[in-house]
Design a protein around this ligand. Structure first.
Ligand SMILES: Nc1ncnc2c1ncn2[C@@H]1O[C@H](COP(=O)(O)OP(=O)(O)OP(=O)(O)O)[C@@H](O)[C@H]1O
Ligand SMILES: [Mg+2]
Length: 550
């Protein structure tokens, strides 16, 4: 059962306490019923009645205390499990290799981290009540068996009928729930389309209308589905209730006629029977919660299994690299893989040597493999063959995390974090200088390690991203077409002010660029063509050289 599998860990740790509390709650509940029944027999005897009243009071007090404790124990364990799953999913995603993380469905991840785990959490209070009700029903049935075997057998047979009705309905409900789950995820995908593509939607009435129509028909289908599910639950509930009403009626109207000994206990068994309808109803009404929570638990576990099957980068932390003199890409080879598993675009073999403090430009047509090569160089992709070497030492799993820490990056699809996570204390003078150079002081500033404003134009956001990268003070900077969305004035600043400033600081810059006007700024000019790297110019080499091998 997926729900138990999900909650098992912490529940098992506290299983004794939980079982004891559930038992006590059920017993105290049964005691309430038993004292009422017993008291009806001694109505004339004041002393006896008082004793039962005290017992009745104690039973209620025990019930209140135990119920409170039980709910606290269960909720804290469930919430702990939910918290661990949330952080676990977050960490797993953080640990998955870049090449595989793209295969994870965004809407499924959002749904699991928020909706599915919440459904599991919300299902718990009714399930705890139902759990107690099971104990109560069990204890009351023993009490009823002691009162009258006929009543007991009637009850047991009706409970079996009630359960059979439910199991008959449960399969259909499960199927309907699974379909509803798929439709709900599709709805989220459509909302993602609307939010991410709002400009495109607004620019075309036809596109907007078709998207809305697709969404509307999905929502319509889903609501029909949900109504069907609720009606199935309702039908099962009504059938079970009617079974119990008939049972109680049977005890009052029919059984006394057939069994003369039953007459003596008819009031007590009927009271017990009526008393049991409440708990039985809470068990039945918890079933939809249980089925929903089970379906959610199933999708959470399935996502977790799929994520754990992806290549993880849980590498050991190693000592940071103090700096470096030479970075070398040695016969690097990488092939993109499609979701189907078949091989795609090939980059390499790539051979390149970069010395500390050099400025390297990488050019090439669209789709020639520049970004792929940068991802290999920064350690985001791990080569299929060949090695990245830092001062001769190979970069592998043992030092990859420390290697990545050498870089500050602004990727072409860079994400601008409003908060400067992982940055440590900010050098305010340096930050002020950068805001001055990039003329962003009137738009945003850094306060409490956060940008005060990131609602800016595309070019301005890229300038803030550059400031954030430079503030990291790393030995190597990588820029993927940073200047592409800057106007000529800021391009000039990038190539004629920022890059010389970085060069003067002795840091290394590797930039993908199409700005041939500024190629003179670079020490090394590389060119990518169909995955192959060509060294167009290397200031350290006497002559232009071709360093591509196939
Ligand atoms: N995640 C991926 N899965 C499969 N193939 C990919 C993936 N990313 C890129 N490719 C393929 O690899 C090739 C090189 O892509 P890459 O992004 O490295 O090119 P690029 O030189 O940076 O292009 P651009 O100038 O457009 O940014 C392309 O043909 C592309 O289709
Ligand atoms: Mg690119």
């Amino acid at each position: 059962m997926p729900l138990f599998q999900l909650l098992r860990h912490h529940m098992m740790e506290n299983r004794r306490g939980l079982a004891l509390l559930a038992l006590l709650a059920g017993l105290s509940n049964t005691l309430v019923l038993a004292t009422i029944n017993a008291a009806t027999e001694v109505v004339g005897d004041r002393e006896e009645l008082l004793r039962f009243a005290v017992l009745f009071g104690i039973a209620i007090l025990v019930f209140v205390i135990v119920q409170h404790r039980l709910m606290y124990l269960v909720s804290s364990n469930v919430e702990r499990t939910i918290r661990e799953y949330r952080t676990g999913l977050f960490e797993t995603i953080r640990g998955v290799g870049l090449a595989q993380v793209e295969s994870v469905s965004r809407s499924e991840l959002f749904a699991c981290i928020s909706r599915e785990l919440r459904i599991v959490g919300n299902s718990v209070p009714p399930l705890v009540v139902a759990m107690q009700a099971v104990v109560l029903v069990f204890c009351s049935l023993i009490y009823m068996a002691w009162l009258s075997m006929t009543a007991f057998l009637l009850w047991v047979s009706c409970t079996v009928v009630g359960m059979m009705i439910h199991f008959a309905c449960a399969k259909t409900i499960q199927l309907q729930l699974a379909e509803a789950y798929v439709k709900e995820n599709e709805l989220v995908t459509h909302v993602n389309d609307l939010i991410d593509g709002i400009k495109e939607v607004k620019m075309s009435q036809a596109r907007g209308a078709e998207l809305a129509e697709a969404f509307g028909s999905l929502a319509h289908g889903l609501s029909g589905h949900r109504v069907t599910i609720m009606m199935l639950y309702s039908r099962a509930f009504v059938l079970s209730q009617v079974t119990f009403f008939l049972l109680t009626g049977l005890m009052v109207f029919i059984v006394p006629v057939l069994s003369p000994t039953f007459i003596k206990v008819v009031v007590m068994t009927t009271t017990s029977s009526l008393f049991l309808i409440g708990p039985v109803s809470s068990i039945i009404s918890a079933l939809p919660n249980f089925a929903n929570a089970n379906a959610s638990a199933k999708s959470i576990l399935s996502l977790k299994t799929r994520l754990l099957a992806l290549e993880s980068e849980r590498f050991p932390q190693s000592a940071p690299f103090g700096g470096f003199e030479t970075l070398r890409l040695d016969h690097l080879f990488y092939q993109h893989r499609h979701a189907s598993g078949e091989g795609g675009f090939v980059v390499g073999p790539i051979n390149l040597t970069v010395q500390r403090g050099q400025v390297v430009f990488l050019t090439g047509g669209n789709g020639s493999g520049k970004t792929t090569m940068i991802r290999l160089l920064t350690g985001l992709y791990r080569p299929d063959r060949g090695a990245v070497r830092l001062d001769g030492g190979v970069i592998d799993a043992s030092n990859l995390l420390a290697y990545r820490d050498l870089f500050a990056t602004v990727f072409a699809d860079n994400h601008l974090f409003k908060e400067l996570y992982g940055m440590g204390p900010i050098d305010q003078d340096y930050a002020d200088r950068l805001f001055d150079i990039l003329e962003m002081g009137h738009k945003s500033r850094i306060e409490d390690r956060r940008f005060t404003n990131v609602n800016l134009s595309g070019g301005q956001r890229k300038r803030l991203a550059l400031i954030a990268a430079l503030l990291e003070r790393k030995p190597i900077y990588v820029f993927d077409e940073w200047a592409a969305d800057q106007d000529p004035y800021f391009r000039e600043k990038f190539y004629r002010t920022i890059l010389p400033m970085l060069r003067a600081e002795g840091v290394t810059v590797i930039a993908i660029t199409h700005d041939d006007k500024y190629f003179d700024t670079a020490d090394i000019h590389l060119h990518m063509e169909d995955g192959r790297l060509q060294i167009v110019r290397d200031a350290a080499m006497p002559m232009p050289a071709l360093d591509s091998v196939r």
